[in-house]
Design a protein around this ligand. Structure first.
Ligand SMILES: Nc1nc2c(ncn2[C@@H]2O[C@H](COP(=O)(O)OP(=O)(O)OP(=O)(O)O)[C@@H](O)[C@H]2O)c(=O)[nH]1
Length: 463
């Protein structure tokens, strides 16, 4: 019952412990994959945005852009200075001169119908726009509207070659093992760790055209967020984390391969299970041993005489049954201390107890392994001698009688001699113990009657 309870409690603990460990592991893995992605967004997109936003507010820039007599030399000088300082390429698109100046020293006339982005974004509500353009060498642009007293005077921004992103993304992928894609407001893939997905000659790949996206259920798509969606990419499961890049209205999808996480989770699962199994087995073992020893102790107490620590009647009966089972012949000796009442009466009951203990010890010391000496009750002892003939049993009794008579029992300051009378019986057939005891008791009675301190034997009459 106790063991059952231990096992049930352990299993419940195991399940609880493992489940919480898995949840913790899942969250840790989720966080682990998201945090480098966040720092990627911050480094590659938000930092340039903040730098350009701060510069777009600069008075020097506004003064330059509102001046109809643009001093191109000053403009290029300023852009070059910014490029050196921030290690990014900058541009100014002036509404007044309809000219775009780049920090690499080039310029481009902003002609309607030819330079599409300028006229399109000018009409947009948004002040910050992220965009991919310049198709000969595709660039990532951040275009910021510049106002002078609320009057639109043009765009200021940064540009970054897509090739530079490809390298950085490849490094991230190698380090963290996941793929990611940035999609713009129109679900065009603007940036991705997969170079194949990046714009090619003005043709964008759309999110909807991706194989894994097509595999999503309609309910999943209807939810409006792909966060935590499980998708299959080239036959391998991946989990999606969706991160909004608000300033541009972009969204980043982080695709974490599940295999790596599963290995990590199953490793921690195995560790938990093994730990708990060890605990369960240790508990099981401990309780089993406690119960075993408890049972043994109980049994021992139940079968042991408390005064002499010799086997009691119960134990003697068991041992006799074992000898019969083994088809052994048995010599039985019944011993009764002579005039023991006098010992008690003269020296007290405690002294009598001590004498009984010393006699028990002497009997124990004289016997062979396999012989049994027990206390039959009061001042009576019984001996079982397996595989012994009647004559041998008689001789053993004689020897014991002599040794007992020679023994000096000491009880505190008093030393005294005791003798005992012996009744011997024997059987080499399956005879009841009471019968054998009956014969030994008769023999003992004779020994008492004939003067005590002697051995008498009575054998069963042949049937
Ligand atoms: N101290 C002590 N005495 C016990 C114990 N069990 C029995 N006795 C005593 O043993 C004595 C047995 O006395 P009796 O049966 O009259 O026999 P006896 O005095 O030994 O005389 P015989 O047997 O005729 O030689 C009694 O006084 C019991 O009280 C015990 O555990 N401790």
């Amino acid at each position: 019952m106790i063991l059952f309870a231990v096992v049930v409690v352990s299993i419940v603990t195991l399940v609880h412990f493992t489940a919480s460990k898995i949840v913790a592991e899942q969250s840790r893995a989720q966080q682990q994959s998201i945090s480098p992605a966040i720092s990627l967004i911050v480094d590659q997109l938000l930092k340039p945005l903040h730098v350009s936003q701060t510069l777009a507010e600069a008075k020097e820039l506004k003064d330059l852009m509102k001046n109809p007599e643009v001093d191109e030399k000053t403009v290029f000088e300023m852009l070059r200075r910014l490029e050196l300082e921030f290690d990014m390429e900058f541009f100014i698109a002036s509404d007044l001169t309809r000219m775009q100046y780049n920090s690499n020293g080039t310029k481009l006339a902003l002609v309607e119908g030819k330079v599409d982005w300028y006229f399109r974004y000018k009409e947009w509500q948004q002040d910050a726009i992220a965009d991919i353009g310049q198709w000969e060498d595709p660039n990532f642009y951040i275009d910021l509207k510049v106002y002078d007293d609320k009057k639109f005077v043009g765009f200021f921004g940064i540009s970054k070659s897509l090739d530079s992103f490809v390298d950085i993304f490849a490094q991230y992928k190698a380090l963290h093992g996941y793929d990611f894609i940035f999609v713009d407001q129109d679900d065009n893939i603007a940036l991705s760790s997969d170079p194949e997905l990046i714009v090619n000659k003005t043709v964008f790949t759309t999110l909807q055209s991706l194989e894994w996206y097509e595999g999503l259920s309609s309910e999943r798509i209807a939810k409006g967020s792909l966060n935590n969606a499980l998708v299959s990419i080239n036959g391998k499961d991946a989990l999606i984390a969706e991160v909004k890049v608000d300033p541009f209205g972009w969204t980043m999808y982080l695709l974490t391969p599940l295999q790596a996480r599963q290995t990590e989770i199953s490793r921690s699962f195995i560790v938990s299970v093994v730990t708990l199994l060890v605990i369960i087995f240790a508990l099981f073992f401990l309780i089993y041993h406690l119960l075993y020893h408890f049972k043994k102790d109980m049994q021992k107490n139940f079968q042991t005489d408390p005064l002499t620590r010799l086997p009691n009647r119960n134990k003697v009966e068991l041992r006799y049954a074992e000898m019969l089972d083994k088809k052994q012949s048995v010599g039985l000796i019944l011993i009764d201390i002579d005039h023991f009442k006098t010992v008690n009466d003269t020296h007290g009951h405690n002294a009598g107890d001590q004498v009984l203990r010393q006699i028990a010890k002497l009997l124990q010391n004289q016997l062979r392994d396999g012989d049994v000496v027990g206390r039959w009750g009061g001042e009576e002892f019984v001996l079982l001698l397996p595989d012994t003939t009647a004559d041998q049993a008689f001789e053993v009794a004689q020897k014991l009688r002599e040794n007992l008579a020679k023994m000096t029992a000491s009880t505190g300051s008093i030393s005294l001699q005791v003798t005992a009378s012996f009744g011997v019986s024997h059987t080499d057939t399956e005879r009841a113990l009471t019968d054998l005891l009956g014969y030994a008791d008769d023999a003992l009675y004779q020994a008492k009657r004939d003067g005590r301190n002697m051995v008498k034997m009575q054998l069963a009459k042949a049937a």
